[in-house]
Design a protein around this ligand. Structure first.
Ligand SMILES: *Cc1c(COP(=O)(O)O)cnc(C)c1O
Length: 465
């Protein structure tokens, strides 16, 4: 039996890693010089590394381990499913019980008439499905020119060529020939960074109306869909002003543009409801799901689709699918994850216990000299680091310099908190308890203090002019 154990010294593991393992979103040479942290096991909200540190994971892995680590029920379900039916596909007019059961459960959980699921192996794949599905939908309705998908700058929708094109990350578009044609990006509702002298409410409306302007400019006969995360995650946990989503919904309704809510992070309890669309009062035609769907225990994603879209797509052959669409082991594990979320009322725990407690503690961080604003929705939060709270100034240094220093100090204090530019973000497991939230906040404060000292020492406590 193959076993992967941690019997080697850390330095040796790191040397082999740098010799053979190419990391996502990483500068390889820089990492090789420094050596990655080797995570060996995890339980609840806690990670262990190969040096024996006990680290609190305020990011739930990559926003995905909603039920926390170490739930052996999921391991048992996976083992049982592997013995019974480790693999079969859902092409060519076949199906299997785990995919059937998971599709039914998702249709039950999803709001409105979102009753149909197209499975994928990840969020990126699901958004690739969405690109082809919305364009095929309009083609089947006799409107093949409606192929443009409107998205937003600084959105994250995945890292494949299609989903990376949908996303609005400039650094990603700069590599490898993205974006693909007929993707149009409007500005994001990021008031802190871009709101200027407007109130958040005015700014939210103005940014939403960019969707209408884009539709009018491109022509209604050209636009297929608008895609957005209810709350931008990887872009920096950008919580839109209250005026934003109602106006977006109005515009999508008025021009009959399909609305795709990318729920890969927001779904499965993250915002305090099953889906972010419920928290923000959105009526999507399609929802992208992944991450919390299986709490990251297995790679699985998908698109939950309205009756109308599924009816139209079903009228012909949709020439699309993945070998692992509805993979039986991944589906069975996802179903068990949903059972736990439901039976243990994890969403209720978020609403009544974890989110109110985290919000109170998180918002207190604004008393730190470097923290400008603290935003939080459910269990996803961000703080803006700034040299001047009054003017919402940016630092004079390259964006991300200060954020990186702060993340380094979090790391050194055994706290996983990420930085996006000069914003710090958290997205802890939903099952986190108040005393564990205290640990996150205590360590975050220490890290902020240490970073503040270093930033002043390094001459970085300077506002951009
Ligand atoms: C992570 C993410 C994706 C991509 O999912 P993968 O499983 O990494 O392909 C898509 N959309 C959003 C909002 C995400 O956060």
């Amino acid at each position: 039996m193959t076993t992967i154990t941690n019997h080697m010294p850390t330095a040796e593991l790191q040397a082999i890693d740098s010799a053979h393992h190419m990391h996502p979103f990483t500068a390889g040479d820089e990492l090789a010089a420094k050596g990655p942290r080797v995570i060996t096991r995890a339980e609840g909200v806690w990670l262990n590394d190969s040096d024996g540190h006990r680290i609190i994971d305020a990011m739930a892995g990559l926003w995905c381990v909603n039920i926390g680590y170490g739930r052996t029920e999921l391991a048992d379900v996976a083992a049982r499913q592997m013995r019974e039916l480790p693999y079969y596909n859902t092409f060519f007019q076949t199906t299997h019980v785990p995919a059937i059961a998971l599709a039914q459960k998702l249709a039950e959980l999803a709001p409105g008439d979102l009753n149909h699921v197209f499975f994928a192996g990840s969020g990126s794949e699901a958004n690739d499905t969405n690109i082809r599905m919305v364009r095929t939908y309009w083609a089947m309705k006799g409107k093949p020119t409606k192929s443009v998908i409107i998205s937003r700058k600084n959105a994250y929708h995945g890292s494949s060529v299609g989903s990376g094109s949908l996303g609005g990350m400039a650094a990603m578009h700069a590599q490898g020939g993205m974006p693909i044609p007929d993707i149009h990006h409007i500005n994001q509702p990021h008031w802190w960074a871009e709101g200027g002298d407007m109130t958040p409410e005015e700014f939210g409306l103005a940014r939403a109306r960019e969707l209408e302007e884009a539709i009018l400019e491109l022509g209604e006969d050209r636009v297929a869909a608008f895609i957005a995360e209810p709350v931008q995650g990887a872009g920096g946990v950008i919580v839109p002003p209250d005026t934003y989503w109602p106006e977006i919904q109005r515009i999508c309704d008025k021009y009959e543009i399909l609305l795709i809510a990318d729920e890969v992070i927001c779904g499965f309890g993250r915002t305090g409801n099953w889906f972010g669309s419920q928290t923000l009062n959105i009526r999507p035609d399609i929802m992208t799901i992944a991450k919390g769907l299986s709490s990251g225990y297995q790679p699985i994603g998908g698109s939950i689709v309205s009756d109308e879209v599924a009816d139209v797509i079903g009228q012909g052959e949709f020439n699309h699918g993945y070998t692992y669409s509805g993979h039986p082991v991944a589906s069975a594990v996802a179903l068990e994850n949903l059972r736990i979320l439901e039976e243990e009322d994890v969403v209720g725990h978020v609403q009544r216990v974890a989110a109110p407690y985290l919000k109170e503690k998180w918002e207190c961080l604004t008393d730190h000299p470097m923290v400008g604003e603290a935003r939080i929705v459910g269990m996803m939060g961000s703080i803006a680091l700034t040299p001047n709270k009054e003017t919402r100034a940016k630092f004079a240094s390259e964006p991300g310099t200060v954020g990186y220093i702060c993340r380094e100090r979090c790391f050194a204090n055994n706290l996983v908190m990420r930085h996006v530019g000069d914003r710090m973000i958290i997205s802890p497991p939903l099952v986190i308890q108040p005393e564990e939230i205290d640990v996150i906040i205590d360590r975050a404060r220490i890290a902020l203090d240490e970073a503040f000292t270093k930033i002043k020492e390094d001459g970085l406590w300077v506002a951009a002019s």
